[in-house]
Design a protein around this ligand. Structure first.
Ligand code: FAD
Length: 431
């Protein structure tokens, strides 16, 4: 049949990179079949588990992804962990091409003494906790302290600061999980310091209006302008406050007297060397101690190797590739954070995924990617998974989870109340 002989592509990872790659492939080539394999029973990656609950407009991309998943030549198979339930080599045998879009699930560590104390968390875990990532369900951060220190000054750091300081009245109608909302309602955190190695001109966070000049103007305005009276009054009466702390690097997390948890942080005071874009921080020898009961390190995510058969750059933490072609591996491609590193917004990931799709289609057209043989596609993989006792969650199964979550959310005035447990997700999906 024509379907049996059509080009078959599979994608590993059901986040933005996976969905945008699939979208471009099915839209551009009328005969290609694309199957997405995702470890979790639920799709959308960091759009569901990363993007802050008080930024619902960002999550509208899920509608576009849903359209792709419902395309006649696209399918979604959740609850399949590639590298464990099925190997990359097995996928390569079943498909003409495999695209690795599995994101960046590791995080960079601080490498300072005291990092393992209670009260010290990575932003990745903290974000996963308030967004309902099953692995972070039991994080239960202790928020009974006045001051929190966030290390790193990127957009994720700002998300975390906002969630820590926002009145729960603002958060209660978002899709933040109920346990997180309950914990935040009891929080004693009043002050959040967002610490960066370098200065205001090197700030890593961005604003919607792109140019750095605009961001610098904004910072200057806040720093030097005296606000008008009502604004001054508002600021002086604020119960909660935050601020950037520039030119500081963590040296050590200081323990409480009984050595059980974090009670402060020692920061080295830095100065800058170099010029223009190319400046770096060097320590001055001076240190400063800040009392705090919560330390959140937000110094970046990193990709992890998925399978010994796939090359991995252990220094850059990405899959080495040229325009999305995995180096020295015919038929293997990559897109998204695992291709270029964990930076950039969803739109950056979209462009980069379209690029990979274009590369792949070009290789099909040129014949450097062999599509002349008949491949079994998902039928082959399903047989392998069945033998291993793994049952995929299809997109229609996810829709059951989705409507259950919406139903539970409705009762609380939220867009959804996320299921937090994989077992429960599977139960809802298959009944
Ligand atoms: P991911 O979104 O991480 O998707 C990877 C997928 O692969 C996941 O679903 C994962 O479960 C799956 N996977 C992993 N391993 C396997 C495996 N072995 N087998 C099968 N599947 C696997 N961008 C914006 O534009 N606006 C924002 O407000 C915004 N907020 C953000 C907040 C946070 C905290 C973070 C971390 C990022 C944010 N971003 C935001 C950036 C955006 O989320 C990324 O650009 C985008 O998600 C990267 O897409 P990806 O598909 O490469 O990775």
């Amino acid at each position: 049949s024509p379907a049996a002989s059509c080009p078959k592509v599979c994608i590993v990872g059901g986040g933005p990179a996976g969905f945008y790659t699939a979208q471009h492939l099915v839209k551009t080539r009328p005969d290609v079949q694309v199957d997405i394999y995702e470890r979790l029973p639920v799709p959308f990656g960091l759009v569901r588990f990363g993007v802050a609950p008080d930024h619902p407009e960002v999550k509208n991309v899920m509608n576009t992804f849903t359209q792709t998943a419902q395309h006649a030549r696209c399918s979604f198979h959740g609850n399949v962990s590639v590298g464990k339930d099925v190997t990359v080599q097995e996928l390569q045998e079943a498909y003409h091409a495999v695209v690795l879009s599995y994101g960046a699930e590791g995080n960079r560590t601080l490498g300072v003494p005291g990092e393992d104390l209670a009260g010290v968390h990575s932003a990745k875990d903290f974000v996963g906790w308030y967004n309902g990532l099953p692995t972070n369900r039991d994080l239960r951060p202790d928020l009974r302290c006045e001051t929190a220190v966030i290390l790193g000054q990127g957009n994720v750091a700002l998300d975390v600061a906002r969630i820590l300081l926002s009145p729960v009245d603002i958060l209660k109608n978002t899709d933040i999980t109920q346990p997180a909302l309950d914990t935040l309602a009891e929080s004693s955190v009043r002050r959040v310091l967002i610490v960066g190695r370098r200065g205001p001109l090197q700030l890593a966070c961005t604003i919607k209006v792109r140019p750095r000049k605009r961001l610098t103007e904004l910072l200057l305005k806040v720093a030097v302008e005296t606000p008008e009276e009502t604004e001054l009054e508002r600021r002086n009466s604020a119960k909660r406050a935050w601020g950037f702390r520039f030119f500081r690097s963590p040296v050590e997390i200081l323990p409480s007297d009984d050595l059980t948890r974090a009670a402060g942080i020692r920061l080295a005071v830095n100065r800058l060397e170099g010029e223009g874009e190319d400046v770096w921080a060097v320590t001055t020898g001076e240190v400063e101690d800040v009392e705090c009961g919560l330390v959140i390190s937000s110094i970046g995510y990193k990709s992890l190797p998925i399978d010994p058969a796939v090359p991995f750059d252990p220094r850059k933490h990405i899959i080495p590739n040229t325009m999305g072609r995995v180096q020295k591996c015919a038929g293997l491609y990559c897109s998204g954070w695992v291709k270029r590193g964990p930076t950039g917004v969803i739109a950056t990931t979209m462009n980069d995924s379209f690029d990979t799709a274009r590369t792949l289609l070009h290789d099909m057209d040129e014949g450097t990617l062999d599509i002349s043989t008949v491949k079994p596609g998902s039928a082959g993989v399903t047989t392998i998974l069945e033998k291993r006792g793994v049952k995929p969650v299809l997109f229609s199964d996810w829709e059951k989870i989705d409507s259950e979550e919406s139903k539970r959310g409705e009762a609380r005035g939220k867009p959804r109340e996320k299921l937090l447990d994989v077992g429960e997700m599977l139960k809802v999906a298959w009944t």
